[in-house]
Design a binder for this molecule. Structure first.
Ligand code: ZN
Length: 228
């Protein structure tokens, strides 16, 4: 009976690929097999040429840095991130987290991670969206690494309406965006800081600077995507 009901529901409300908009097959989730093979990958944890790590040179101390996907205008990654942020497709977040988490759990440099922290959203923005789009990603990575996901360490204290048109210089000046509310919890730990997309690195730098107020802390970074 349940099977028939499910088949009927799938027929009435087919699940759509978040990459190309095509109908997903029964065994596919979030994106179709074709999109999964076509989406451009960054995977800096597998290569020595780490473009993401270089973004932070001379700005803040980062141990490891990786991104799963490469963001291209009108590409599959853009479609995934757009649906995650604006189309209530929250499942995309843990989907990408399980994917990256499984890979990171095989890499020695990521085995010393003690906890995962997501870049927080301002509480007003989270209320409107209904969720923080990086939470599912961070929790799935934490699960793969066998560590905790911490939600009560960093908060966003000022609302920035749109950062898209701001220059990097201006964003760095605005360094009161994030604040550390639990220094003790992260002392002596290796923290993996996670976000959806990295472009200039200003947001992650801002968060890392706050986290570095804790004693003897190491910070690594993992994002869903990088815009090159
Ligand atoms: Zn597709």
């Amino acid at each position: 009976m349940i099977h028939i009901l499910k088949a009927l529901l799938d027929l009435l409300f087919p699940k759509i690929c978040n990459g190309c908009g095509g109908v997903l097959a029964a065994q596919e989730q979030v994106i179709c097999t074709t999109c999964r093979h076509q989406v451009p990958l960054a995977r800096f944890h597998t290569t020595r040429a780490n473009t993401l790590q270089k973004i932070f040179y001379g700005r803040t101390a980062i141990q490891e840095a990786t991104a799963l996907l490469v963001f291209q205008k009108k590409g599959i990654t853009q479609s995934l991130l757009h649906n995650l942020k604006y189309k209530k497709q929250e499942d995309i977040s843990p989907f990408l987290g399980h994917w990256l988490g499984a890979e990171l759990s095989e890499i020695a440099a990521y085995k010393s991670i003690d906890a995962v922290i997501g870049v927080p959203l301002h509480k007003d923005k989270q209320k409107v969206r209904g969720y923080n789009q990086v939470t599912g990603f961070g929790k799935a990575i934490a699960q793969a690494l066998g560590v905790v996901y911490l939600e009560d360490v960093l908060v966003k204290i000022s609302k920035t309406d749109s950062q898209v048109f701001k220059t990097r210089g201006k964003r760095i000046q605005d360094n009161q965006e994030f604040t550390l509310i639990n220094k003790v919890k992260i002392a002596n730990k290796h923290i993996l800081l996670v976000d959806d997309i990295v472009t200039t690195g200003a947001t992650l730098e801002n968060c890392a600077t706050q986290l570095q107020q804790a004693e003897n802390i190491k910070i690594s970074i993992a994002t869903m995507a990088i815009s090159l």
